[in-house]
Design a protein around this ligand. Structure first.
Ligand code: ATP
Length: 292
């Protein structure tokens, strides 16, 4: 038998790094939302009790370094499962791009194995497991739009933002999240108005939402990747209503309510960067998997 799960990417509408913790992680306060750009995760039974990973993309490890592998190993340990599984990952989300691709693959693996192995995990069980793998995995269990606090693993669902287009531009470099956090000086950094963003979303006030887009990590990554500032300028010139770097970058997204502007943004930016995507926001993920 096999189970297939969609693993969608996220963007951060607001990302504040509040403080550094004794355990080396940072306390964050962020609003994340799921977008319709997804990897495909297929989990299927195999002989023996091994975990096998296959990925369609280069630079994605096919061993215990893969977050999907780590999710499967943890589930096997906790639930004492002696079955083998092959996890086939079809990557569409750019890697190391600030879009939580690896985290979403892990979350989708948790949802898939819950079905494949009839584990009857609740949403809370899945969240607890997710938090052990990585800070963004918990959000990716259900997706939608949420406030994430703690080191990112404490999830409070909030209203969905007004419908809009999201144009993503990924400069041809990857950044390491750990390195960006290391280079961050919290005292001198800019801190976005996360509460204001939450209120703007609640009011469905798109203009205000665009005005309040903010990310503490943006200046840090921009120093290493000057293309980010250039992409932001281009996007604003073409008519994006709001522009921000997602996560630790380097992907930049532009928001617009108008299809014509979305098309202009795509056309205008493709001459500048090879990787350009236009997607919509996605609602909460249906936790029940589909069988094939
Ligand atoms: P985040 O936004 O959560 O910080 P990201 O989008 O910046 O994440 P990922 O695409 O998750 O970054 O990749 C970060 C690193 O994780 C990669 O360099 C890769 O080696 C490793 N990795 C492990 N598993 C996966 C996976 N399933 N897909 C992509 N990368 C993975």
């Amino acid at each position: 038998m096999k189970v297939i799960e969609k693993a969608p990417a996220k963007i951060n509408l607001s990302l504040d790094v509040v403080s550094k913790r004794d355990d080396g992680f940072h306390n964050v306060n962020m609003i994340m939302t799921t977008i319709d750009l997804s990897d495909r995760i297929e989990c299927r039974d195999i002989e023996g009790d091994q975990i096998k990973i296959k990925s369609s993309a280069p630079y994605v490890p096919e061993d215990e370094r893969n977050f999907a592998y780590q999710a499967a190993r943890l589930i096997k340990e906790i639930y004492n499962i002696c079955r083998g599984v092959e996890i086939v990952i079809t990557k569409n989300i750019p890697v190391a791009a600030g879009l939580a691709g690896g985290s979403s693959d892990a979350a989708a693996t948790i949802r898939a194995l819950n079905q494949l192995w009839n584990l009857n995990m609740t949403y809370r069980d899945m969240l607890n497991l997710a938090a052990k793998i990585g800070s963004d995995v918990a959000f990716c269990i259900q997706g939608g739009t949420a406030l994430a606090t703690g080191r990112g693993e404490i999830i409070t669902p909030i209203d969905s933002p007004p419908a809009c287009w999201v144009v993503l531009v990924k400069p041809p470099v990857s950044v390491s999240t750990a390195e960006i956090y290391q280079a961050l000086n919290i005292e001198n950094a800019t801190h976005p108005n996360v509460e204001g963003m939450q209120e703007a979303i609640k009011q469905q006030n798109f203009e205000q939402m665009c005005l309040l887009l903010g990310n503490t990590l943006e200046d840090v990554t921009m120093e290493k990747v000057p293309e980010i500032a250039q992409i932001k300028t281009q996007m604003k010139k073409i008519g994006a209503e709001g522009v921000l770097m997602s996560g630790s970058g380097p992907t930049v997204f532009g928001l617009t309510r108008y299809e014509s502007r979305m098309q202009r943004l795509c056309n205008g930016l493709k001459g500048f960067c090879r990787e350009v995507y236009a997607v919509r926001l996605l609602q909460k993920i249906d936790i029940l998997s589909k069988y094939e």
